[in-house]
Design a binder for this molecule. Structure first.
Ligand SMILES: C[S@@+](CC[C@H](N)C(=O)[O-])C[C@H]1O[C@@H](n2cnc3c(N)ncnc32)[C@H](O)[C@@H]1O
Length: 223
């Protein structure tokens, strides 16, 4: 039987759901009330790929401006920081203040404390609002706020996957920028929507952990 200790909990703003942080024998995991495991420190191959793959494709990675939607356990942020250069600035929008505290506390070590990197900026708030307010600001926007186009955490996040949300993200990109989305599984309708918004779309199937087992999907969309 799996043993764990509850380390923290947080209400998800705008919902009646609660997020729980647990520590197991040799891992940490986050669950949603009444739902399954949202994240675990044991499996982060696809979260790493969400950060590294779009940044590897940039011409100006040394001074890239990156926006990440959803801090989670900090793996995407850590992967971006490893890929970009010294002049880069990486903003992470995180909706839940407690998630930021957990990353400054017990979770931080699991991803190498990326919030301590001088290139990291944290924005506590909704990434959707930040996208609406930003015009031609970012070279990469990497979104992993939920399970994918069919969200678990917050129905308002659905907007990010609509044509209006995609076009708002497009307007927030600089010329040559890349919009990246993480998803638990494929979604042909969403892929088509990205294409109809004018993007060239690459759909990648990435292992959740190591070289075997479950796979997740990453879309890289470029004008
Ligand atoms: C699946 S996790 C992200 C995992 C992350 N890629 C990593 O490397 O660990 C989703 C995160 O997005 C946050 N989130 C959910 N909706 C959000 C929103 N609208 N704006 C910003 N953050 C959001 C959640 O609180 C959670 O921390």
């Amino acid at each position: 039987m799996r043993h764990w200790t509850e380390l923290g909990k947080a209400v998800i703003p705008g919902t009646e759901q609660t997020l729980f942080l647990y520590q197991g024998k040799d891992d940490f995991f986050i669950k949603i009330s009444g739902g399954g495991e949202l994240m675990s420190t044991r499996k982060h191959g696809s979260e790493d790929a969400l950060g590294s793959l779009p940044c590897q494709r940039l011409q100006n990675a040394h001074a890239a401006k990156v926006l990440i939607g959803g801090l989670g356990m900090g793996f995407t942020l850590a992967a971006v920081l490893k890929t970009v250069g010294k002049e880069a600035v990486v903003t992470v929008a995180e909706l839940i203040p407690e998630v930021v505290e957990w990353n400054r506390g017990p979770l931080g070590e699991c991803s190498g404390n990326p919030l301590n990197d001088p290139r990291s900026r944290i924005h506590v708030g909704d990434v959707a609002q930040l996208l609406r307010d930003s015009k031609a600001c970012f070279d990469v926007i990497a979104l992993d706020v939920d399970n994918g186009p069919e969200g678990l955490t917050k129905s308002a996040n659905d907007w990010l996957y609509t044509s209006t949300g995609i076009l708002a993200a497009q307007a927030a990109l600089r010329e040559g920028g890349i919009l990246a989305y993480w998803s638990a599984g494929p979604d042909q309708a969403f892929h088509e929507r990205l294409r109809r918004c004018g993007f060239l779309v690459e759909e990648l199937s990435v292992h959740a952990h190591g070289k075997k087992g479950a796979r997740h999907v990453i879309w890289l969309a470029q004008i």
